[in-house]
Design a protein around this ligand. Structure first.
Ligand SMILES: [Zn+2]
Length: 266
């Protein structure tokens, strides 16, 4: 996959300390850190642990900034591309696409859905309409032999797919496993719609068939994102199953081939 640097998204928030960003730091207070470590040690779901309040103290970067390093430039370019595609699709129906934010973080970070941590994988939080990515995820992808940037782009487009579902009022209607697989496959389909249009008219990305197959299998191997939502003021982590790699590839292709998002909502 080829990603051409285009406009900056303007919705990228970099909370990584030290590298990149503007020195933005995760405001993880000592108490929060201890809870995260304990939870990590015992394998407990951190979000359940911290549910309801969040233990954040200290400042947390909330202001979008221009990408400062290569990794965040790629993320930024893909995010901008999703905004272009969904913005155009929403305009066609006379609507305005409410752009999500994307937070880059390392280790752990407070979110509108409780604490996010690297082990959670990439996820979308409906209550603050934000995608959360820990870049160690992409090192995992590379370690799995994922080539190129497509797995990364696919993951972002999938999480943005959850955002579209949220905007359309399609999230959180059912907690049954069958429905959660449907939700995940629909997000894959919406990622396919993005890929379809992202290639048009000298768009930001160029994909070939190998990109798609490798990307989906790599992302499926590690992309166990947890869709989280706030219900009744209590954070309940949801460990959604995503469907098999084959199902995911088929869902992606359904959106990708025709670019018709209505196909995803059937
Ligand atoms: Zn998902």
């Amino acid at each position: 996959m080829l990603i051409k640097p285009g406009r900056s998204s303007g919705n990228l928030i970099d909370r990584r300390g030290g590298r990149g960003g503007r020195g933005g730091r995760v405001g993880l207070g000592l108490g929060g850190l201890v809870v995260v470590l304990i939870a990590a040690f015992f394998g407990l779901p951190v979000d359940q642990f911290l549910g309801g309040g969040g233990a954040a103290t200290g400042p947390v970067e909330t202001t979008p900034s221009a990408p400062q390093d290569e990794a965040s430039q790629v993320v930024d370019a893909v995010l901008a591309s999703t905004e272009d595609v969904w913005g155009a699709l929403y305009r066609q129906t006379g609507d305005v696409y409410p752009e999500p934010n994307l937070v880059l973080y390392e280790g752990a970070t407070p979110t509108g859905c409780g604490y996010g941590q690297a082990a959670t994988g990439p996820f979308y939080c409906p209550s603050d309409q934000t995608v959360y990515l820990d870049l160690s995820f992409f090192r995992q992808l590379a370690a799995l032999g994922a080539r190129g940037d497509f797995p990364l782009a696919y993951v972002i487009a999938h999480e943005v797919g959850h955002h579209v579902q949220n905007v359309e009022g399609l999230l959180g209607r059912s907690r049954s496993n069958a429905m959660s697989v449907q939700t995940e496959l629909q997000a894959d389909c919406l990622a396919g719609v993005w890929a379809h249009y992202a290639q048009d008219e000298g768009g930001a990305v160029t994909l070939d068939d190998a990109d798609i197959e490798e990307g989906i299998s790599a992302a499926a191997a590690v992309g166990d994102d947890r869709l989280q939502e706030r219900a009744g003021g209590v954070v309940r982590p949801e460990s959604f199953t995503h469907g098999s790699s084959r199902q995911r590839a088929e869902a992606f292709l359904a959106g990708y081939q025709g670019g018709d998002y209505a196909v995803c909502f059937r």
